[in-house]
Every structure is written in C-alpha cells, then in structure tokens.
Design a binder for this molecule. Structure first.
Ligand code: UT7
Length: 324
C-alpha cells in the first residue's frame, strides 16, 4: 500500500517583527492584555515579499531537506486565503519561482486556517491513488494585508508566514495515517474577509468591508469543541491513545484554546507544540511552520506519531495523524 511519507519540511517568515509594544502605538491595547488573553508576544510582517515569495522560500527549504530537485515534483497544493492575485494560483507562482517542471499539477485550496491540512488531505489522496509520486504541500498566509490595523480586537492576533512539506509515495508504515477535513458554511459570518476586488458597475449591492471580521468569543467556543472532535476522530481511526502521540501540533490561534485541548486530552505540556508567542496566528502557515521548527529542533524524530489539528474561517476544521 502506498503512503504519503513526509521526507522534508521547510518554513519561512518575513524579517520584520512587530511586538506587542509596537502595537501599543497603533491601537489602544497593551502587551499585558495581548499576552494574557492570547499568549502572543510578537509576529512577523511581510514588507517586501508576497504570499508566493514566502511560499516559495518555505518550499525551497523543504525540498532541500528532502533532497529533491524541481524536476521531481509532480504536484503542488497550496493552502492560502491571501493570494496576491485572484488568478493564477499561488501554486503556479511557486512552480515558476522554483523552476518546477512544466506539466506538474499546481493549484490552491481555500480553507483559511485549516488550509494546510486541507491541502495535505488532497495531496495524500493523489499519492495513495498513484496519481502523484512527489508532492509539495504548502500552507501560507499574509494576513497583514487583510486585517484592519485600526481594529484592536483582530489586528493583535495575526502574523505572516509559510511552511511546507515534501511528500513521497512510498510503501511502509511511515507517512500520513489519516486526514479528516470538515466544514460548516452556516457559520461563515463568524470569521471572514470580503473580496478586495472593486465592485462591478452592474452590481446592485456591493457589501464589502474588505477587512477580516471575527466574532472572537463564539469562534473560541466552536474552535475548542470542533478541534476536540477532530482529534478524537484521528485517534479512533488509528487506534491511538494519548501515550502513542509524540507531539500534538495544533493551529496556533490562542494559547487558551490550545491549553483547553491539552487538558481534554490529558496530554503533558511537553507533548503540545506552541510557537504563537513568536509568530501569532499565521493562518494556513501555522501548522507547517510549527512542524518545521519541531523537526529542526529535534523535538520529533523518525517513527514518531504526530497529530495535527486546525480550525478556521468557513467554518473549517481538520485533523491529521502522521508517522514521521
Ligand atoms: O484562527 C482562526 C480561529 N480564530 C480563533 O480561534 C480566535 C478565537 N478567539 C479568541 O482567541 C479570543 O476570543 C480573542 C483573543 C479574539 C478575544 O479574547 P476574549 O478573552 O474573548 O476577549 P473579548 O473579545 O471578550 O474582550 C474582552 C475585553 C473587551 O472589553 P470590555 O467589553 O470587557 O470592556 C474588549 O473590548 O477586552 C477588550 N479588548 C481589548 N483590550 C485591549 C479586545 N481586544 C483588545 C485588545 N487590547 N487588543
């Protein structure tokens, strides 16, 4: 049986750092409020690079770690909701920037903060069915373009960043063990960002706020519930107990959400990865960025089982279990 084995990880964040103290000068907030309510202390902001620039840099690092060349990749799937253009896709820009062979398939998936796990699910299916042999899966977002920097209830939460993995079709026990992706479009108004496109002259009514809007309190509650369910699905499908899990990598939105999930699962602190203090919520970039750090820091090694879980606009939520 073919499995999608993770043979390389990579990430990239822009150089510019915006601290909580910097934000105190932009909106009425405080380092104390942001760090106690969210766990975030700073975030990275793209200044002279686009979404696809960040994606390509993360992907290049992942390909280097995997020891694969641009001619080896036959599928690129990018999870993002902040592409620089309506089309072409960010995946096509990545293909062009990295010189990945002509004829490879390249497309984006839109699932907000669940974008990476949605992209992983798609690529995993291509690999298991034999439709692709080596896939590049990227999660990237540049929320600094869509947050309202005058709205303290949202602008303090997000940062820019990208992460990537290379998947290889291999026989054996290592690789993606399961993916579960879900959505509930009835609650789209909990968290959304309208189109940045100008209105058409034929439109009768154009409702556009352009900026990201979020009902934080409700989103928080649904996030804890659905991420708990998604983890349950991953564990049940694979017959896992908490002891079998080497590391849980949750979407990095709020430390209080992560702690609530950790307590539900009765996992010790050192089995739950967090880096949102340094990056904030990087949306689709959050999970692969954390994975790359965990791999490079030696927090995980070959054979370890990792659980990923995410939640985002849509509403969407997802989980995945992987044996490294
Ligand atoms: O990645 C996608 C998924 N996103 C999430 O999962 C986010 C989920 N939601 C959250 O993380 C939290 O709800 C927030 C961090 C967004 C907000 O935290 P909260 O503890 O739910 O605060 P709140 O919205 O209930 O606001 C409490 C108070 C309010 O003031 P009053 O009405 O009590 O006087 C807000 O106006 O805090 C005020 N406030 C702030 N004060 C200082 C809101 N934002 C700020 C701020 N600085 N940045």
């Amino acid at each position: 049986m073919l499995r999608a084995r993770l043979i390389g990880t990579g990430s990239h964040v822009p150089k510019k750092i915006l601290t909580n103290h910097d934000l105190e000068k932009l909106v009425e907030t405080s380092d104390d409020w942001i760090s106690t309510r969210t766990g975030i202390r700073q975030r990275h902001i793209a200044v002279d690079e686009t979404t696809s620039d960040m994606a390509a840099k993360a992907a290049k690092n992942a390909m280097k770690a995997a020891g694969v060349s641009p001619r080896d990749i036959d599928l690129i799937v990018v999870g993002t909701v902040t592409p620089e253009m309506c089309f072409p896709s960010t995946a096509c820009f990545v293909q062009s920037q990295l010189g990945i062979k002509s004829g490879a398939a390249a497309f984006d998936v839109s699932a907000a903060c669940s974008g990476f796990l949605y992209a992983l699910d798609v690529a995993d299916r291509y690999i298991r069915t034999g439709a692709a042999a080596k896939a590049l899966v990227i999660g990237v977002d540049r929320f600094s373009r869509i947050v309202d920097w005058k709205d303290r209830s949202t602008c303090v939460l997000f940062g820019d960043g990208a992460g990537a993995v290379v998947l290889s079709a291999e026989k054996g026990t290592k690789g993606v063990l399961s993916c579960h992706i879900h959505s509930d479009g009835r609650h789209w108004e909990m968290l959304y960002a309208d189109s940045p496109c100008p209105p058409s002259p034929f439109e009768e009514k154009h409702i556009s706020s352009r900026y990201l809007k979020m009902n934080g309190n409700e989103t928080f509650k649904i996030a804890v519930r659905t991420m708990g369910q998604a983890i349950g699905e991953a564990m049940e499908t694979n017959g896992l107990t908490p002891e079998d899990i080497s590391l849980l990598i949750p979407h990095q939105a709020n430390l209080r959400i992560i702690n609530a999930i950790r307590d539900r699962l009765k996992l010790p602190d050192d089995k739950v990865y967090t880096n949102l203090d340094r990056y904030g919520n990087t949306s689709a970039g959050s999970i692969p960025l954390a994975l790359d750090e965990a791999v490079r820091d030696g927090r995980v090694k070959g054979g370890d089982i990792i659980l990923f879980v995410s939640f985002g606009g849509g509403l969407t939520w997802a989980s995945s279990a992987v044996r490294l």
